[in-house]
Design a protein around this ligand. Structure first.
Ligand SMILES: Cc1ncc(COP(=O)(O)O)c(C=O)c1O
Length: 382
């Protein structure tokens, strides 16, 4: 029996070629490749600006931080998501306020957003869970009316189109992750996309120690022809910033990955089709998401079953990796003291979900192996 991994990055000669170029330049840190990657990524998503950072978590932190919100205000977040979505609020002295998820697709429930909203809320983070779009067409106009800062946590989707518009362009600020398992990877990394120039400049500064000018820009000024500016070494510390910037080595990998993103998403959708066809007649195992295989950019292949733990154990014996995305945040120690009631769907559905092996170069035999095991598990229950 072959082992089947849950996730795997798809990297190759294009990334190595780009890394070699950076080595040749002898500039590995915050430099020209970062600026190039930001420009290309902003163009790909369709926003005016993008800031490259060293993780999706840093992206979420800065997306909130750049607004100077008063402490103890509340940020609406879905109750089932990766921990960083809610942690970004705590980093800024804000409080996460948990909103229930929709049973149909695990994304934030618009009806519950309206119930949980109070005048103390200043922002709302929507997560495209597993790559499945949150209901941005309903949420966006409502958030605007309430003057909430709307953030898309698009860490699990990259390149998806929802109702004719790219995910990442439905909000005031969108955040992406390039950690090793994501749609595109740089090992670790993230990106913040937005159209607001003032906020872009603030985020740029916050991502590099709060300075008004970064080392690459100063280097360029120093070597500019006819440069009369004598104090190229001077920078102003304007904000309490962080060391969150991306570096040229990482950006070089990102540039190679971005070129292949459409292939990645195409492969992912082909694999999903095989999985969905392979289990469509099963009685006890169903896909979690109503997958859109035409416009989607999915990170997870997840199924729901009342026999989740039994399925996980069964697949373990067959050497097939699984995971649960995610244990609801309010069930975790750190978040227990936050609102934990009226999360009906959250409390029932998380017990039924399991993620299965899924990455863009997952081989046919392994897909067949997973399907075969799901089918025999389902049959044994009858
Ligand atoms: C929904 C979501 N938000 C944020 C993050 C954080 O991204 P990173 O791991 O790059 O910090 C992740 C993934 O890791 C995620 O899945």
């Amino acid at each position: 029996m072959t082992k089947v991994r849950l996730f795997k990055p798809w990297v190759g000669k294009e990334e190595i070629f780009n890394i070699k170029k950076v080595f040749k330049n002898e500039w590995l840190g915050y430099g020209p490749e970062v600026y190039k990657f930001e420009k290309k990524f902003a163009k790909f998503i369709g926003t005016k600006y993008a800031v490259a950072v060293n993780s999706g978590t840093a992206a979420l932190h800065l997306a909130l931080l750049c607004n100077d919100f008063d402490k103890n205000k509340e940020v609406l977040v879905p109750s089932i998501t990766f921990s960083a979505t809610a942690a970004s609020a705590l980093y800024c002295g804000l409080k996460p306020k948990f909103v229930d998820i929709r049973k149909e697709d695990l994304t934030i429930d618009f009806e519950d957003i309206k119930k949980k909203y109070t005048k103390n809320c200043i922002a709302l983070i929507c997560v495209h869970m597993g790559g499945h779009p949150a209901q941005m067409d309903k949420i966006r106009p409502w958030a605007k009316k309430k003057k909430l800062l709307l953030i898309e946590d698009s860490a699990e989707s990259c390149g998806s189109i929802y109702k004719g518009k790219k995910l990442g362009t439905w909000s005031d600020i969108s955040c992406f992750s390039f950690e090793e398992k994501k749609i595109i990877t740089t090992g670790d990394g993230g990106m913040i996309c937005l159209n607001d120039k003032a906020k872009y400049e603030k985020i740029k500064s916050l991502s590099f120690h709060g300075w008004n000018i970064d080392p690459w820009k100063r280097h360029q000024i120093f070597f500019r022809k006819n440069n009369r500016f004598s104090k190229h070494w001077r920078y102003e510390i304007e904000n309490l910033g962080y060391k969150y910037n991306m570096n040229d080595l990482t950006a070089a990998i990102g540039l190679a990955q971005l070129k292949k993103i459409n292939l990645f998403n195409k492969n992912r959708n082909l694999i999903l089709k095989k999985y969905i066809d392979g289990i469509k007649d099963l009685e006890y195992i169903k896909p979690v998401f109503p997958y859109d295989l035409k416009n989607g950019s999915y990170w997870l292949f997840s199924v729901k079953t009342k026999f989740r733990d039994e399925l996980i154990n069964y697949l373990k014996k067959k050497k097939i990796s699984t995971a649960v995305h995610f244990v609801p945040l309010p069930m975790n120690k750190l978040y227990k003291s936050f609102n934990n009631n009226n999360l009906k769907n959250t409390k029932s559905i998380w017990k039924e979900i399991v993620s299965l092996p899924f990455f863009p170069d997952l081989e046919n035999e392994k897909i067949e192996q997973v399907i075969k095991c799901l089918r025999s598990f389902d049959k044994n229950l009858k």
